[in-house]
Design a protein around this ligand. Structure first.
Ligand code: IMP
Ligand code: MG
Length: 373
């Protein structure tokens, strides 16, 4: 079945779903025999599960709805905006939250924390689906229909970009182009003036790699007005930095789009340890990993000379002032040091002397890369 640009295949048929819903309702009927629970279903995704579950709940109870949204297309952004707040008084009530799916668990963690401030007698969660591989929270999920692997699913209330909610069965995204080949994935770093542009072109050419520069991705998403581009724009419009997760999601998209490559060369990214960790996670999810970080090292003195030399013809004001150049190099060093340590700890760090002839330097880089393979 095709929804928008993606292919989905049957995963859990309606009979199985309904049997499970009945079993969950029976458990709830048992546990809440003499209580008067208030069900709070989280819109939009849980409407169908909530509707069917309530048909089989036979204890005195009420149901209400709230709406939060944490999802842009198929990627959880982790930023939760409350769209519809809670209207009911839940003080001293037994609450059962009804959710369609627990993925990162961030939405429910946020909601249960908020609810607990309002003095309910108890708060439990009933979710039809749970992705245990993704959920790193310590949420206690009392009623779980199905534990499922980390695959995007739709149907029975769940959507892809708003579509697919009306399906009676649950479908999963067809086998994504998984990258299983022995890929060569490099992180390339070098201070301004180290010759990174020249060397990266040579590396890409020799090893047939795909270039990923986050600045380029960013501009592309903004100019094409993609969902991620709009999300990024929203942060920028409010004067905030675009969060790492948005940048990571852009990289993720680019990786999925270019699954048949020998590897990727990440240029000037990751810039923080948090980004490096997220990149590791992302590559693992895609069946691959970073092979190594190549750092082009050039002494500060040499960099200053090179940039001053370039400044004679480049006309860039920041190429002509020693202090400005030194500041740029310092910022670079402060930024990369923690990232370099991150890869050193994994034994994936190669330092290359960036002083000498272009071809000699490239030979050293090639030797370092070949040692990684
Ligand atoms: P969490 O905060 O990451 O647990 O995300 C929970 C919400 O993300 C759910 O209520 C869904 O709206 C959405 N979601 C998570 N995984 C999927 C999926 O596989 N298909 C559709 N929506 C999903
Ligand atoms: Mg939901």
């Amino acid at each position: 079945m095709k929804i928008k640009d993606k292919e989905f295949e049957l995963y859990i048929d309606n009979t199985k779903i309904i049997n499970k819903v009945k079993a969950l309702a029976e458990q709830i009927n048992e546990d809440y025999k003499d209580k008067n629970p208030l069900f709070i279903a989280i819109l939009n995704g849980s409407f169908m599960f909530a509707g069917d579950l309530m048909k089989y709940v036979d204890v005195d109870s009420q149901i209400t709805f709230i709406k939060v949204s944490s999802y842009v297309a198929t990627q959880s952004t982790g930023n939760i905006k409350e769209a519809i707040g809670l209207q009911e008084n839940i003080f001293q009530r037994d609450i059962i939250i009804i959710e369609d799916i627990v993925d990162s668990g961030k939405t429910l963690t946020h909601i249960t924390e908020r609810f607990k401030e309002l003095g309910p007698k108890s708060v439990e969660i009933a979710t039809l689906l749970h992705k245990p591989e993704v959920n790193k929270t310590d949420l206690s999920l009392k009623y779980v229909g199905f534990d499922i692997p980390n695959k995007f699913v739709i149907g029975y209330g769940l959507d892809y970009d708003g579509y697919g909610r009306n399906e009676q069965c649950i479908y999963q995204l067809s086998e994504e182009k998984t990258i299983t080949k022995n890929m060569l994935n490099l992180v390339l770093f070098g201070p301004p003036g180290a010759g990174k542009g020249t060397q990266s072109e040579k590396i890409i050419d020799k090893y047939k790699l795909t270039h990923i520069a986050t600045g380029d991705l960013f501009r592309k998403n903004l100019s094409e007005g993609t969902a991620l581009g709009k999300l990024a724009q929203g942060y920028m419009d409010e004067g905030h930095l675009v969060p790492d997760q948005v940048v990571i999601d852009m990289v993720d998209q680019k990786i999925r789009e270019t699954a048949d490559t020998n590897g990727f060369i990440f240029d000037g990214f990751p810039r923080t340890v948090a980004q490096a960790e997220a990149l590791d996670e992302l590559l693992t999810k895609n069946g691959t990993a970073i092979s190594g970080m190549i750092a082009l090292e050039v002494s500060e003195e040499e960099l200053v000379n090179r940039i001053l030399e370039r400044g004679k013809t480049s006309g860039r004001a920041d190429d002509q002032n020693i202090e400005k150049i030194q500041t740029r190099v310092k910022i670079y060093n402060n930024e990369t040091l923690p990232v370099a340590s991150f890869y050193k700890a994994q034994n994936k760090f190669s330092s290359i002397n960036g002083i000498g002839g272009i071809d000699d330097i490239f030979e050293n880089i090639s030797a370092a890369i070949d040692a990684l393979k």
